[in-house]
Design a binder for this molecule. Structure first.
Ligand code: HEM
Length: 158
């Protein structure tokens, strides 16, 4: 079972880097960008942070997905997806799909000239919305982590 232990360790490590980064961006960096503490050009400040973090997040998302699927297959946990008690298994997959879409589809492939224009013309509105979206993603991720850690130790929620 050493392979499962290793997969779990990598799974948690990647979750830490990924969601830790999202927490930092949401609670520290975005408020600073919104206030203009990192320069008047808020779009530039945001992109400087985003360009650096996005590769860490993409790598972490791949590691989390592969190790998660490996554990599910190796431990034969597929039937958990039929029981609401294991809602945290569904939550993990949903959070993963959400971020995978943002990082691998929306960010690189959906052109955002409108975002650039609006972020320059009305930075207040754009960065307020962006900040809110980060809060929603962070909240979903934290609930999922709480559920997964407690649930994998046998805590039955229902
Ligand atoms: C394709 C997506 C994913 C799959 C298939 C998956 C699968 C798994 C599996 C099978 C386990 C072990 C459960 C057990 O031992 O009973 C696990 C644990 C865990 N997962 Fe995921 N996961 C995925 C995504 C995520 C995401 C996105 C997060 C965080 C937001 C996450 C956080 C955790 C945590 C915190 C644990 C508990 C580790 C522990 O306490 O031992 N997973 N995952």
């Amino acid at each position: 079972m050493n392979d499962v232990i290793l997969a779990r360790a990598l799974h948690v490590l990647a979750v830490l880097i990924w969601i830790g980064g999202v927490a930092m961006a949401t609670t520290v960096l975005l408020p600073a960008v919104r206030r203009g503490d990192l320069g008047e050009d808020r779009l530039r400040a945001f992109q400087a942070i985003e360009h650096r973090f996005v590769w860490q997040a993409r790598t972490a998302v791949i590691v989390v997905g592969l190790t998660g699927l490996y554990m599910t297959w190796r431990l034969g946990l597929w039937n958990r997806f039929q029981a609401i008690t294991f809602w945290w298994m569904h939550a993990m997959v949903c959070v993963w799909l959400l971020f995978a879409f943002v990082l691998f589809v929306a960010e690189p492939f959906i052109p955002h000239p409108r975002f650039h224009r609006k972020a320059t013309e009305r930075p207040d509105i754009v960065f307020t919305r962006l900040h809110r979206a980060h809060w929603v993603l962070l909240a979903l991720s934290l609930i999922t982590i709480l559920g997964a850690v407690a649930g994998s130790q046998g805590w039955s929620f229902f």
